[in-house]
Design a protein around this ligand. Structure first.
Ligand code: UDP
Length: 367
């Protein structure tokens, strides 16, 4: 065997695993079927602006070890994510906080806001939330649910809110303070120079082959290494033999505009049901850009079908059950480690992917 590890996928999970294994003196080969590294965090320069080609990625974490870890590979700026919601031309602050409540109801104090939420929650009869709709109403009441959550969520997931798991909406903080910071995270920022450079630094000194599709050449590639770290979709690995796991995919329409400022913010969410896109990203604002032009991406959400890039696992009961069956199957693949958003079918944030790769790699290497 020429390599100790064949790592399938040059995204964050694969790059962290590769870096750690190499540090321990292992021989590592990384492959990716795309023609670039960095998976969905890939950034590409246009007009001097780092464009997040597969959607906005804002690094945020409460995990100091992970924060120190990524800071070895990039210097992070002080970007704070504060998306704006556009509901039929009305603008609201996100996440849900005193600015949002003031604009929605004219309330001035936290007590007034809390009372308004409580009143709407009671009128809706929300008790033990069993789905996203009930969870949302019990967190912020019906007005915010109708204007800022329902349309956006149903476009994003292509399913009624009553059929979606409650945990998705719990990703968003609700605050009775004037704080537009989208994340409850101690550490937050964007790697200066872009994510591609950060991942490239992780992969320094490691052999990477691009445009190589593992599942198409599995037999040959498996001969190259003792162990395989597979970060692709777990159902694809098994030829979908137990059924197809559902994902949401995303399509971007990216435009260069001959003006310095299009929307004054990195992210504007279109929360009505009629606008076909979910959000518009203006990439320069991730890095406080001063370029004369600007680059924007409209983001359209769609159901994943064969040939598309999978983005979001649909972690509802049906898919979770099917995933558990694939997971069982994966346990008999003794040479293979399954990891990452697609390999573990989990709605992972970047920091959680890194923590998971570090842990798995340390267990594997007996550290
Ligand atoms: N969400 C919403 N309105 C918004 C933003 C988010 O209803 O303006 C809901 C939606 O259901 C979404 C979830 O909150 O799927 C999580 O949002 P997040 O921003 O964490 O999603 P991501 O950035 O991972 O796409």
């Amino acid at each position: 065997m020429k390599y100790d590890y064949l790592i399938v996928g040059a995204g964050l999970y694969g790059a962290v695993f590769a870096h750690e294994a190499k540090k321990e003196g292992k021989k590592v080969l990384v492959i990716d079927r795309r023609d670039h590294i960095a998976g969905n965090v890939y950034t590409e320069e246009m007009e001097g602006i780092n464009v997040h080609k597969y959607g906005a990625h804002i690094f945020h974490t409460n995990n100091k070890e992970v924060w120190q870890y990524v800071n070895q590979f990039a210097e992070f700026n002080r970007f704070t994510n504060s998306p704006v919601a556009n509901y039929r031309g009305e603008l609201y602050s996100l996440p849900f906080n005193m600015y949002t409540f003031n604009k929605m109801w004219g309330v001035v104090t936290p007590e007034e806001a809390a009372a308004k939420i409580e009143e709407q929650k009671r009128a809706a009869g929300a008790s033990e939330p069993k789905n996203l709709e009930e969870q949302a109403i019990s967190l912020v009441g019906t007005d915010i649910y109708e204007k800022l959550i329902k349309g956006y969520t149903e476009k994003q997931w292509g399913r009624p809110c009553r059929e979606l798991p409650a945990f998705i909406i719990k990703r968003l903080p609700v605050r009775l303070t004037f704080d537009n910071n989208y994340f409850n995270a101690l550490y937050q920022g964007i790697p200066q120079g872009g994510y591609t450079m950060m991942v490239s630094n992780m992969l320094e000194g490691i052999e990477v082959r691009l445009g190589v599709d593992y599942l198409e050449e599995k037999e040959e590639l498996d001969k190259l290494a003792d162990r395989v770290v597979y970060t692709g979709a777990i159902d694809a690995y098994f030829g979908y033999k137990l059924g197809v796991l559902e994902y949401r995919s995303v399509r971007f329409e990216t435009e260069i505009l001959d003006k310095p400022n299009f929307q004054g913010n990195a992210a504007v969410n279109y929360t009505d049901a009629e606008t076909p896109w979910t959000r518009i990203i203006e990439h320069k604002w991730f890095e406080f850009g001063t370029q004369p032009k600007t680059v924007i991406s409209r983001e359209y959400s769609s159901e994943w079908k064969a040939g598309d890039d999978p983005y979001y696992p649909v972690n509802d009961d049906k898919n979770t059950e099917l995933y558990e069956k694939y997971k069982k199957l994966s346990e008999s693949e003794e040479r293979v480690i399954f990891g990452g958003r697609l390999g573990e079918y989990r709605y992972y944030d970047m920091d959680a992917v890194i923590a998971s790769a570090l842990k798995r790699c340390r267990d594997e290497l007996g550290k």
